[in-house]
Ligand binder design. Structure first.
Ligand code: HEM
Length: 153
């Protein structure tokens, strides 16, 4: 059963980090577009958040917690520390993604960048950029820590 949780853990962060990279690239491409096209890009990003990133983050954290309970313990000297780094960064990144980035993305997908909601749209985009960058860095630190857990420190 542990292998199933590990598979879900790996699948989860593949979806999470992969989806986040796609959103990032689309966001950079959006800089060259007019406001109408930007709206379409942001609606696409919002969908990626809801369908790929958020489920991935949720599955990663849940499977990670289950693995923690089933974990046989340290396999390499120093692996415990890396495990704690992964858990702390992973949970924090998950909370930021699920409780800030996801609702912000959902709201952004419903706003019209060209209408009266334009300034609010820009404000939310700036907030999304900041929070997603912090969550992304934490997720990458968790990934490096996970690699150290798997293959020794
Ligand atoms: C973005 C977040 C995360 C990433 C990228 C990540 C990455 C990884 C990786 C690469 C492994 C090694 C898999 C292997 O054995 O080949 C792993 C294992 C594991 N992860 Fe995570 N992880 C994340 C979040 C979490 C969280 C939030 C928890 C718990 C609260 C957690 C708990 C575990 C446990 C217990 C293992 C098994 C360690 C062992 O085999 O001894 N992870 N993770």
């Amino acid at each position: 059963m542990t292998r199933v949780w590990l598979l879900l853990h790996l699948l989860g962060f593949t979806m999470w980090i992969g989806g986040a990279l796609a959103v990032m690239v689309a966001g950079v491409a959006g800089r060259r577009e007019n406001r109408g096209a930007l709206g379409a890009i942001v609606r696409g990003q919002s969908l990626v958040y809801r369908v790929i990133i958020a489920p991935g983050a949720l599955v990663t954290v849940l499977a990670g917690i289950l693995l923690t309970f089933r974990n046989s313990g340290t396999r390499f000297p120093g692996a415990d520390l890396w495990l704690i780094v992964m858990q702390a960064c992973g949970i924090l990144a998950g909370l930021l993604t699920l409780f800030i980035s996801l609702p912000t993305a959902a709201k952004l997908g419903r706003l019209d960048p060209e209408g009266k909601t334009g300034p609010y749209f820009d404000e939310l985009r700036a907030r999304q950029k900041l929070v997603s960058t912090i969550a992304g860095v934490l997720a990458l630190v968790a990934l490096v820590a996970g690699m150290m857990v798997a293959h020794g420190g």
